[in-house]
Structure formats: structure tokens, C-alpha cells
Design a protein around this ligand. Sequence first.
Ligand code: SF4
Ligand code: SF4
Length: 362
Amino acid sequence: MVTDLKKATSLMIRSLTPNRPYHVQWLITRKCNYRCRGCNVWREQDSRELSTEEIKQGLDVLRELGVVEVVLSGGNPLLREDAGEIIRYASQFFITTVYDNGSMATEKIDALRHADFVAISIDSLDPEKNDYIRGVKGAWRKTISAVEKLHNEGIAVSVSPTISQFNLHEILDFTNYFTQREIPIWYCLYSYDTCEQTQLFAIGKRVDEFAIADTEKMVEVCNSLIKLKKKNSKILMTTKILRAIRDLYRNGKRNWQCRALRNFFVIDHLGRVAACHLHNPITSIHNLPKLWNSNEFDELRRKYSQCTQCTYMCYIFYSLHGSILGNVQIAQEQWKNAKLLFKKEKTRFPSSAKPQLSAKPC
Ligand code: SF4
Ligand code: SF4
């Protein structure tokens, strides 16, 4: 409890400190056991990765820089033998989120007890549709049982669907299904990598059937989520980002500037740092403190602020919520769901729960 209080106080101080990065995504492995259609990671796996000690040293660097949130992803970060040790170490200092595709969480449940959020990716209430997107038969069933198990064990599990043309028509049903069972939801938005240069980490693959073609429906979904969010605190997106995405699909205009390398950056499995995964690596985690306040980085920041190459939800989110006021908004809307501030009695996720679909298939 004392540790939680110390962590919460330190996080609040860092949130209110200007000119430091808020959010870091660390892709700690390039290995994955799934075959998702919209992803390049499994097509270009790499067995090389940093050692446990190197990752811990990197986390120390992030702490010195004043980072508040760390997302551990990959590949599947839980494929690393030392995932538990890394999560435990990171969670002492940061709001720590760990991603899983639903395949490993049950096996690594003790490691996950230390995380503030465990985000499980699942894309549909329809098992067949989900397994088609994931490229693995039986993925849906395994994922649902992982969500159920984690929730019933008191771990702060959330679900993370990627909104695409493929599941657009069921997003409201999907949201209601999980949030009614007290499972928070964080949306991703289908996007694919478009950079021509050697990017840090290839992730999003172009798949035409996933690209959102029905923009009117997308606007309608965003409006419904904005309305639903007023009475549903389990929707972890802020109203501000839901409005920004709606307006992007309504009139093609971005009402934000990208704040890559200001509010967020990414690190790959070899410790290389880039503003986002679509751009070239610019340094290593160990050299980062020397460069953070340099003219070279300021020049890059100016360049990235004009970039409109992607619509990855996390990057938009941490661009929109860039100021100190933005951090306070995140704190108000999200932290209440984080493990360190979230110790109330949980509703059990009924194992008999069967999704009731009213959505039309795409
Ligand atoms: S989307 Fe995630 S789970 Fe699927 S192949 Fe890519 S890294 Fe693996
Ligand atoms: S918009 Fe920002 S996050 Fe997206 S590719 Fe450009 S610099 Fe990267």
C-alpha cells in the first residue's frame, strides 16, 4: 500500500512536469505465436532481443526521463521467459500495461498480477470472424477464457479490439458485451504502415477488406460511443479522441498535430528508439538522455509534427493529450481503472456468457 501510494505520488509529479515524454511503447520481442492478417510481425520474426538486465537498465533511463506510462508489447511479450521479472520491475515505477493476444495470459497469470493493465486483443464477438482475423483456429475461445480467468482473479484486464471495416457493425455490441461484465475497453483503429524508409518495426500490413470504407457508419459508431461513454466509465478512450476520430472520418481533417518524440516514442526489441514504429531509429535507449533536449531532436519534432502518415490510435491519443491539462484528463478518465487505484470488489465474468449478436455481418 505504501509502495502504491509512493508510485501514485511520483506518477502525479511526473504527469505535471513539462517537457518530458509521457508514454513509451516498448516492443520487447519480435516473436509472435499468432498469424494475424493485418500484421507483419509474425512474417518478420527475429530471435534476437535484449537481456533482462539491459531492459531493466533501459527502464531506469525511462524513469530518469520522467516517463509515466510504459506499454510492453511485441510480438507477444509474454513469450519471453523473463516477462514476469520485467513486468515486476516496470510496474514499480510506471503505469504498466502488458499486451497479450489471449494465448499466454492464463499461463503467465502470476507475472501479470504486477501489471496495472493487461490488454487482451480480441476483434469480434463472432468466434469464426475473430479467428479469421487472428489467423489461428480456436483463438476466440482461448481469449475469452483468458479474459474471464484474469478478471475473476482480480487482475485489471481490458479488451482491445482493432476497429476495421470487418467489425465496424458490431463495435457497439462488442462494447456492451464486455463493459457490462466490468471489462474496460480500449480501441485500436485499423491502420497500416506507409513509410518508405527503413522503419523501426514493421507492424501494420495493408489488407483491403479491413480498411474502413463505410465512413458514415464510422461516424455513427463514434457518435454512439461518445453518448455511451457518458454513462459507461469502462470505455477507456476520452471523449476528445472519439470526437477527433469522428471528425477525421466525417471531413477528412485532423484536429491534432502529431506529438511523436515529445509525448511518446517507441523502443524495439534491440533497444533502438524511434518517434513511432513507422520511422527510422534515431538512437538507442542508453543514448536517449543525452539527446532528449538537443537541437537535433527539436528538428525531428518539428518534422514529425507535420506528419500525417498514420492513424494508429495510441499515437493519436498521446498527441491529443499532450499538455499538462491533457495528462490530467487522462488521469481523470483512465487511472481510476488502473490496478493501483482500483481495488474494489469485481463482478464475476460468467463463464456461461454467450455473446448476443444483433450486428449484421460485414
Ligand atoms: S497483431 Fe499482435 S498477436 Fe497478431 S501477429 Fe501481430 S504481434 Fe502477433
Ligand atoms: S503521424 Fe506521427 S505517429 Fe504517425 S507516422 Fe507520422 S510521426 Fe509517426
